[in-house]
Design a protein. Structure first.
Length: 167
């Protein structure tokens, strides 16, 4: 049977994509609300949280841009804004003089921790609304679907398709 005739076909894949996007919107809204409460823009919070999750709370600007879906210019503006606020520092890369590191300051770690904790509390409230085990089951199904679709597209496993966006 051709792929277009498989159960659900393209309409099911389209519905899956729309529902996954809607779920992401609901979850991201909680993080966005926590960021706004802390006085951050969405992009500022993305960068701070990426640094917070990173080993030693530091990343290269190009890694930040790719991980947050930002342009290099947008990332540079965000780093400058966060540095002026005292949340990050730029450090020379001792191994490669052409690049630098962006490192969270103590104040930046505290703010990122606050945003993370606030968002996590709202995420827990969202999870309470779901039937027992549904989040884990959906996550496993989405892992399978995304893995298969990435493989079909020739993408490395776990790498989402994303465009660059300036904020």
């Amino acid at each position: 049977m051709p792929d277009t005739e498989r159960a659900g076909g393209p309409a099911a894949l389209d519905r899956l994509a729309r529902q996954a996007a809607r779920l992401a919107q609901l979850v991201n809204a909680a993080t966005q609300a926590a960021a706004v409460e802390a006085g951050l823009t969405h992009a500022d919070a993305d960068v701070l949280l990426a640094l917070y999750r990173a080993h030693e709370h530091r990343l290269r600007p190009t890694t930040l841009a790719a991980g947050c879906g930002l342009s290099s210019g947008g990332t540079s503006n965000i780093i400058n804004r966060l540095a002026q606020a005292g949340y990050v520092n730029r450090e020379a890369n001792a191994e490669d003089g052409r690049s630098s590191w962006v490192q969270l300051t103590e104040e930046g770690r505290g703010l990122a921790g606050l945003v993370t904790d606030t968002a996590a509390a709202e995420h827990a409230r969202l999870l309470e609304r779901l039937p027992e085990g549904i989040a884990e089951a959906l996550a496993a199904l989405l892992d399978t679907a995304v893995g298969q679709l990435e493989a079909a597209a020739g993408q490395p496993a776990g790498r989402a398709l994303s465009g660059s966006r300036a904020r």
